[in-house]
Design a protein around this ligand. Structure first.
Ligand code: FAD
Length: 467
């Protein structure tokens, strides 16, 4: 694990100076991707937001994002992309044993393994604790049966954050356990689901007599609900407005399926620059959720578009100029609204950091950030389509079509706008719907009464189906 001191006592400027000094001594474009990620991970710069005893530096979320931007600005390859860095690593760092941290977090920060999140089921989305997938003890193993759905990146994952019911005689929140499941085994069948963008970002996952060892139980038997809440909290904060990838994850996919460990890292950086010049240089924050729920360029691309548009003021202002509508008063007003929401997200991050530095907290901030992100994406959708006019009614469903559209309009931004417009329905749903975020703020932050229910006291097996 990293032996560097915690970033907690360093100012943002000092931390950025540290990473620049480290990059000057360590960045080498002739290394392979895997060798570079080993350097980055061992030094604590892959995920500086993780604790120092879990390959991080104990940095705040905003500092972790600033570090990721600094690495990108330096021209080096950033941390491995995906849900491993965003969700699994902080969860295992908080609840895992030292051995689990040494194995799983190391494999994440060095890009050796890609992860997916096996939480939602056909009858358990918002009501996640109603999940029915079961894990039954068999010697030193557990045998898992059930079905998951909406599993982003499941087709490329090596490992899954699995929630399964391990005791149906306990009330529903108490009989759940959290496992690190090997996805590359018979017994795990992944079926991609195609959505209206034309892409298949998420999947159904069928678990039939799948096996997972007792040593893969994260946080202890029947303690999965608390562990899952750590994952969900990181998801909301990480996907929230202006939050970027919480752990500062980069653009390139990790793992044994999409990963390219043997490629020269300098070539990977160059090809990323060539592939996404607009996303990297125009308006985008440089760190975004392109590789998380939105999917990466390699297996989707809508995430890149979405990430760019989430901080999309610069992109939309440029598009408005090129389409000759930048003097339109209504469009200017919405552009400023877009800018303002982005800035509010940034100020909230800074405010949270200041409060946390004093040992305090702002309850509900991850939920507010996620709600705000949904609002920004919807505004980007509506404004982008208005700016595009009739050209916004055309959408390409494959690479050839995208090239044709870009050539026709002379601007790749039109394709990004339609990607975002079609995908804009997703952010208000994933990571907990807008309604659920408001419920949480109402009940846990404002202290409003919960809905009447006996599900906290009645054994799950005695509850009505899907209760
Ligand atoms: C793009 C995308 C990626 C995703 N990726 C993953 C993933 O990788 N892994 C994973 O496990 N899941 C993933 N999800 C699933 C996501 O977490 C669920 O879709 C979400 O939690 C909602 O659950 P549901 O779809 O079952 O809707 P439901 O829970 O059935 O909700 C339907 C509607 O009812 C409303 N509603 C439900 N309960 C309440 C309530 N108590 N109060 C008020 N309104 C309520 C909801 O807000 C919603 O409008 C993804 C979803 C999307 C869209």
């Amino acid at each position: 694990m990293t032996d560097t001191a915690t970033a907690h006592d360093r100012t943002t400027d000092e931390l950025l100076s540290d990473v620049r000094t480290w990059l000057a001594a360590n960045w080498d474009p002739d290394l392979s991707v895997s060798a570079w990620w080993e350097r980055l991970g061992a030094a604590g710069w892959s995920a500086p937001g993780l604790p120092v005893d879990a390959f991080g530096k104990g940095a705040s979320r905003s500092d972790a994002i600033a570090v990721a931007q600094e690495i990108a600005a330096y021209g080096a390859l950033g941390a491995p992309a995906g849900l491993g860095l965003l969700l699994a690593a902080p969860t295992i760092a908080a609840h895992g044993t030292p051995e689990q941290i040494e194995l799983h977090v190391w494999n994440i920060v060095t890009g050796k393994r890609a992860w997916c999140q096996l939480f939602s089921e056909p009858q358990a989305g918002s009501d996640l604790a109603g999940l029915q997938t079961r894990a039954t003890k068999d010697g030193e193993d557990w045998i898992v049966n059930g079905q998951k759905v909406w599993t982003s990146g499941g087709q490329y994952a090596d490992m899954g954050m699995l929630l399964a019911r391990t005791d149906a005689d306990l009330p529903k929140h108490q009989g759940i356990s959290y496992f690190a499941l090997d996805m590359r085994q018979t017994g795990v069948e992944v079926r991609p689901l195609r959505e209206m963008t034309g892409r298949a970002l998420f999947n159904e996952v069928f678990l039939t007599e799948a096996r997972v060892g007792n040593d893969a139980l994260i946080g202890g038997l029947n303690r999965g609900w608390a562990v899952a809440n750590t994952t969900l909290m990181n998801e909301r904060a990480g996907l929230g407005s202006g939050g970027g990838n919480a752990a500062g994850g980069g653009l390139v996919q990790p793992g044994t399926v999409l990963g390219t460990p043997d490629r020269r890292v300098g070539d990977v950086v160059d090809s990323e620059k060539l592939a996404e010049p607009n996303l990297r240089t125009r308006g985008g924050s440089g760190t975004n959720d392109r590789v998380n729920k939105g999917g990466g360029r390699e297996h989707g691309g809508v995430g890149g578009a979405l990430g760019a548009m989430r901080d999309g003021f610069g992109l939309l202002a440029q598009l408005a100029r090129s389409k000759g509508v930048s003097a339109d008063a209504a469009i200017r007003q919405d552009l400023v609204r877009c800018y303002t929401l982005g800035e509010l997200g940034r100020f909230n991050r800074l405010r949270l950091k200041a409060v946390r530095d004093q040992g305090g907290d702002i309850p509900g901030m991850p939920n507010i950030a996620k709600l705000s992100m949904s609002q920004i994406v919807r505004l980007n959708r509506d404004l982008g389509l208005r700016i595009c006019g009739a050209s916004g009614t055309l959408h390409a469903y494959d690479d050839e079509g995208r090239t044709t559209l870009t050539q026709t309009f002379g601007d790749p931004l039109v394709g990004i706008v339609t990607e975002v417009a079609l995908f804009a329905q997703a952010p208000p749903i994933y990571g907990g719907t807008d309604q659920v975020q408001r419920n949480i703020i109402g009940e846990r932050v404002l202290g409003l009464p919960k809905e009447q229910s006996n599900d906290r006291t009645t054994p799950f097996s005695e509850l009505p189906h899907n209760a």
